[in-house]
Design a protein around this ligand. Sequence first.
Ligand code: UT7
Length: 322
Amino acid sequence: MIRRSVLVGTGSALPAHAVSNAELSERVETSDEWIVERTGIRSRYIAGAGETTSSLATDAARAALAAAGLQPSDIGLIILATCTPDQTFPASATIVQDRLGCHGGIAFDVGAVCSGFLYAVSVADAMLKTGAAERALVIGAETMSRILDWEDRTTCVLFGDGAGAIVLEAREVAEDGPGIISSRLHADGAHNELLYVDGGPSTTGTVGHIRMRGREVFRHAVVNLAEVLGEVLVDTGFTAQDIDWVVPHQANQRILDATARKLGLPPEKVVVTVDRHANTSAASVPLALDAAIKDGRIKPGDLVMLEAMGGGFTWGASLVRI
Ligand code: UT7
């Protein structure tokens, strides 16, 4: 028997208001046709007044706790992956902790942009294995709309808001039992200028806006994702054919297709939500995971690969038995 972090519940939350490509084309020089053809995105949710990263994160966390049949007091660790916190400090994870009403445990944010959820899962897994806590809430939550330049058509059509959460529980399981089997994380800080925000507390004193050289990011994403997925397979001894589902970061349908092709995976095994959520950064993987668990596609016993790549660059993958 080995100690593993087992997924015992998932949840998600989206803002009330969805915005179609057609609506965006009234704001900037774009079209539904361009957005769908280049990205697969048809719609995205945009946070309204009163909807914040922590409010979405709290709603997703409550849903994940309900799915797990647990109370907030059962949680000893909250890790929130976000690049759009409510405040520069304190960590939004502490705001979520307070809203849930479970005080005294560990709570902090992780910043790895679109790979943030993968980083958070990996850190939570390591902490659960050391006994730092018995149960963790791992959340990806973003209000990307608040750092978009709504005059820049090359970025504002790509992103959306939302939150996804999972509950992990430390359990003694058999080798072929459930839980996180292996994770790999990477970063390469040399590519800051390809994807960044042009502001921050220590430089401009402003929040700033997203800037991206999309074509270059696209190229790096396909190469890095195929590499890290290969590493996790080698680490664990599984092959691509053993994977039941891939739950990728949802940046662009063409990246999902290219990565699946490189791995020799049929597109039917890839969970896709980019069409209705767009790119929700750290929230995209847990939102997609929750969608595929709730609609019954992902079942107990399935082997699921989570993967993401984003600003930094950062990228990573986790293999999980449900
Ligand atoms: O989540 C973090 C990771 N992020 C990503 O993985 C994003 C990766 N990149 C991408 O998804 C794609 O590169 C984009 C969707 C951002 C862009 O697609 P692309 O096929 O690489 O297009 P492009 O940037 O090469 O632009 C092609 C043309 C340009 O016009 P010219 O220079 O060829 O005349 C752009 O100005 O499309 C134009 N364009 C637009 N046209 C209509 C750019 N944005 C728009 C727009 N509507 N919204």
